[in-house]
Design a protein around this ligand. Structure first.
Ligand code: ADP
Length: 191
């Protein structure tokens, strides 16, 4: 394993594209000595996005539990608002919102390479929920979205960018989004 060549998968989400933040997002990775080795704008299909997000029950329940947590925190009744308090049902609902959101505009996909690329990119992006993300991160500097607002508008949290969470996830996502195509490049960066 060459630690300098760790790879991660990143997508600029619809709100990132529509806010004109493609350049700013890439700039922040490059500024931190990370290397863009594949880059493309494209319109995803619903099926591609559906296959991008995990389909296992544990992941879906986790998404539902997060929503339940938000509702509990703000004293909102999930049954009244969304018709159910079941984590699996809610998870499926949020997953559906996520798919609708992700196909609502073209996306920018890329492969980013460098020292601990997976963790570094996640750190540069900031916490999943923009209203909690630290200042100085992409999400903390350019978004204030929250699940309370998103859920009340029956949509996913818009957080500008997607980045793989682990090296295993990165491998799968790079394969899913770039496959066998010869669009991943090799070059040296000046340091
Ligand atoms: P990350 O994208 O940081 O890895 P997750 O895998 O937990 O985060 O969630 C996937 C995506 O689902 C998030 O990026 C966000 O857009 C959306 N999301 C997460 N939690 C919620 C929620 N409670 N309500 C609506 N959308 C959510």
């Amino acid at each position: 394993m060459d630690f300098k060549k760790e790879r991660t998968y990143v997508m600029v989400k619809p709100d990132g594209v529509k806010k004109g933040l493609i350049g700013e997002i890439i700039r922040r990775f490059e500024q931190r000595d990370l290397k863009i080795i594949a880059l493309e704008m494209f319109q995803p299909t619903t099926e591609q996005i559906d296959n991008h997000y995990p389909k296992d029950e544990t992941w879906i329940r986790r998404l539902g539990q997060k929503t339940l947590g938000t509702y509990e925190k703000y004293g909102i009744d999930p049954v009244e608002k969304l018709g159910t308090a079941d984590d699996l049902e809610l998870g499926k609902m949020v997953r559906g919102w996520l798919i609708n959101y992700m196909v609502s505009a073209p996306l920018v996909r890329m492969v980013v390479e460098g020292v601990h690329a997976v963790d570094m990119v996640r750190k540069i992006c900031g916490a999943t929920l923009p209203y909690l993300a630290d200042m100085g991160t992409i999400r903390g500097d350019y978004s204030a979205d929250s699940p309370a607002v998103a859920n009340s508008e029956h949509r996913a949290v818009m957080n500008l960018v997607h980045a793989s969470e682990t090296t295993t996830e990165a491998e799968h996502e790079i394969e899913h989004w770039f496959g066998n195509r010869e669009v991943i490049f090799n070059y040296d960066r000046f340091q």
